[in-house]
Design a binder for this molecule. Structure first.
Ligand SMILES: C[S@@+](CC[C@H](N)C(=O)[O-])C[C@H]1O[C@@H](n2cnc3c(N)ncnc32)[C@H](O)[C@@H]1O
Length: 249
């Protein structure tokens, strides 16, 4: 079985369950190893469907008539849902955060790397946001924008999109390349050797992007989880995950 580095945290389940209770069907366009089905079951949502780009992760779920995961690229979300005859008014997902878990170079040392690429054991498929860094070269933003637009296209008015996301800290050299998304980064500390520590805020970026597409933010919850322990910033990681609920208006 291939490990997955970023499954829905069990400490989020209680909150996530309440966000989808009463729905008939829930779809996760970034399904990973399909915890969406367990959450749907606990919320008594009768049908659930996941889309995951990496076959090894998608196939860890054994499909049933009401709970299925398929291997596919959510940039083609509308087409995939149509092919499988899925009609939903609720998306629940955790996108990648664009932090160091997106590193995909070959490590020079033997330290633990809890990244998407290292856990999968080979390069990710083209289009996988798990190798895209937030506020770096625009790929992370363009790909998410495309997928959020597809979710919006599929939903009727009042349909929901629930997103689990988190801000994170990044260490940067200064002077370095100017970030194209400066408004989503705040310097928190000046370090030695011309380095700075920056708080990156994909939470805010996703909120603004979804609002531009035509969603309204209707609820926002912060939950503490056990964050990954490895890495240089392990003592000062942003302490909470955020669950944002958007409604198509
Ligand atoms: C944060 S993880 C989600 C984990 C999931 N919530 C779980 O409990 O297993 C994001 C997942 O999205 C997948 N992914 C990234 N880009 C994708 C795309 N374009 N289409 C479909 N899946 C994608 C990644 O391979 C990764 O497994």
């Amino acid at each position: 079985m291939t490990n997955h580095p970023a499954k829905f945290s069990k400490t989020l389940y209680e909150t996530l369950i309440e966000t989808i209770r009463g729905e008939q069907n829930v779809v996760d366009p970034f399904a990973g190893v399909s915890r969406i089905h367990e959450i749907a079951e606990l919320a008594e949502v009768p049908n659930s469907f996941g889309i995951e780009l990496e076959q090894e992760w998608a196939e860890q779920w054994t499909n049933t008539p009401t709970r299925q995961t398929v291997t596919g690229d959510s940039r083609d979300l509308c087409e995939i849902l149509q092919t499988h005859n899925i009609q939903t008014q609720c998306f629940l997902t955790s996108s990648t955060y664009g932090n160091r878990m997106a590193d995909h170079h070959t490590a020079k040392d033997k330290s633990t790397r809890n990244t998407y690429t290292h856990q999968l054991g080979h390069p990710l498929t083209e289009g996988n946001t798990g190798m895209m860094h937030f506020a770096h070269n625009g790929q992370y933003e363009t790909t998410h924008q495309q997928i959020w637009q597809q979710c919006h296209n599929h939903l009727n008015t009042n349909g929901k999109l629930i997103l689990n996301i988190s801000n994170f800290l990044r260490t940067r050299k200064t002077p370095g390349p100017r970030s194209p998304l400066k408004q989503y980064e705040t310097i928190t500390e000046h370090l030695n050797n011309n380095k700075i520590r920056v708080l990156c805020q994909p939470t805010l970026w996703h909120t603004h992007t979804l609002q531009q597409i035509g969603f309204t933010l209707t609820n926002q919850q912060h939950t503490k989880t056990r964050r990954q322990k490895q890495g240089a910033n392990n003592n000062i990681r942003a302490p909470h995950e955020t669950i944002l609920t958007f409604t198509k208006t």
